[in-house]
Design a protein around this ligand. Structure first.
Ligand code: ATP
Length: 364
């Protein structure tokens, strides 16, 4: 394949104790990360956690205050952005409006005085990769948002970088197009074998595309793992809160470290006991059963009032009030969803093996 990087470039990215401050704001806090060649890695986290700053340091637009960044084995700290073996795709694709699609894609190569015949060849192969060759003569204004995003991608791929940095590249697209592009991007990445570093605050996007996800919190990585691990074995309440939805119960730890005595219900877990005083128990909505009535046992079952029912398509979602300070979300597959009336009394229950335990954490 034409756009495949040469075999000599390996495409690994290694950050070691990288620090970036803006005044007294610590944007990236001694962050270390090893990205394997050809890996699709996402940096995921809420606004302000340092994702973009990390990406911009790999690209060379920002310089770390401390630490080292190596690309394909060599430190790039002294290397300007245009000499690094990386390209960046931004959310605002910034295509030149007066140039055709082909001219936009060719621009970088022309700047580098690449021979004309080579430019022609590389531009068509880059446009083929994003299935846009037949739009080569159009102007960007004659393209949809998704098509423009594809051209921005072709413009980055035409340089045949070993590493592609993507900063919320699908953020401007509507949901359906976004999901299509997620699939396309993932396919393209595995076909080309280019290392992708993908910044997003959308957990669904990170879960569906990445080989591994780095969940960031205040300039550090809180957990680095594949989607399955991050979802089913989150390292902290913060990760649990950020990936998927959770019901949290807070209170003193009891039952030899395996149960949280929350104000409305004792929540017992089958997990390893914790040795802290205050803890958080987490139960996903899809693991909460809801019935009109049931016998209450000593733990993991609670009576409440149904205050909301929403149809989410494949699932029905129920909002249950336990008291002034706590509500609970249950979700059932639509075909098995019970018929319940707003305002009625319901019983919610769940299994101890679906309860995760974490030390108290105010960010969750
Ligand atoms: P978002 O999802 O909103 O883009 P992010 O996770 O990418 O957020 P960064 O943009 O990396 O976060 O910002 C990390 C921290 O550094 C934030 O507190 C931000 O306010 C601060 N910051 C980023 N860029 C600058 C800058 N040029 N000058 C001052 N502070 C900055």
């Amino acid at each position: 394949d034409d756009a495949r990087p040469a075999a000599s470039t390996d495409g690994s990215v290694v950050l070691t104790d990288v620090v970036k401050r803006y005044g007294d704001q610590l944007a990236v806090d001694s962050l270390s990360l090893v990205i394997e060649p050809g890996e699709f890695i996402s940096l995921l986290g809420p606004s302000g956690c340092g994702k973009t700053t990390t990406l911009r340091m790999i690209a060379g637009f920002e310089h770390p205050d401390a630490g080292d960044i190596r690309i394909s084995g060599a430190s790039v700290l002294g290397t300007p952005p245009n000499k690094r073996d990386v390209n960046t795709v931004f959310q605002a694709y910034a295509l030149f409006p007066h140039m055709s699609v082909a001219e936009n894609v060719a621009y970088g190569l022309q700047q580098r005085r690449t021979p004309k015949s080579e430019i022609r060849e590389r531009v068509s192969s880059a446009l083929d990769l994003v299935q846009m060759r037949r739009f080569a003569d159009r102007k960007p204004t004659q393209l949809s948002g998704g098509q423009q995003q594809r051209i921005a991608l072709a413009r980055a791929l035409v340089n045949r970088p070993s590493v592609l940095l993507l900063d919320e590249p699908l953020g401007a697209l509507d949901r359906q197009l976004r999901e299509e592009m997620q699939l396309e991007l993932k396919l393209l990445q595995s076909r080309l074998g280019i290392t992708f570093v993908f910044v997003t605050h959308d957990q669904g996007e990170a879960l569906s595309m990445s080989d591994r996800i780095a969940i960031m919190r205040e300039g550090r990585i809180e957990q680095l793992a594949d989607a399955d691990t991050v979802y089913s074995r989150p390292a902290s309440a913060y990760v649990a809160a950020f990936v998927g939805q959770q019901n949290f119960f807070r209170g003193p730890l009891e039952g030899a470290g395996t149960a949280v005595a929350s104000p409305h219900v004792l929540v017992r877990s089958a997990a390893e006991p914790l040795s802290v005083l205050q803890a958080i128990a987490a139960v996903r909505p899809e693991n909460v059963e809801i019935t009109a009535d049931a016998a209450l046992s000593d733990a993991n079952a609670v009576r409440g009032q149904l205050i909301g029912v929403s149809h989410l398509g494949e699932t029905m979602q129920y909002l249950v009030r336990l008291g002034d300070d706590q509500s609970l979300i249950a979700r059932r597959p639509t075909p098995q969803a019970p018929q319940l009336a707003l305002g009625q009394s319901v019983v919610c229950s769940w299994r101890p093996q679906d309860v995760l335990l974490f030390p108290e954490d105010d960010a969750a």
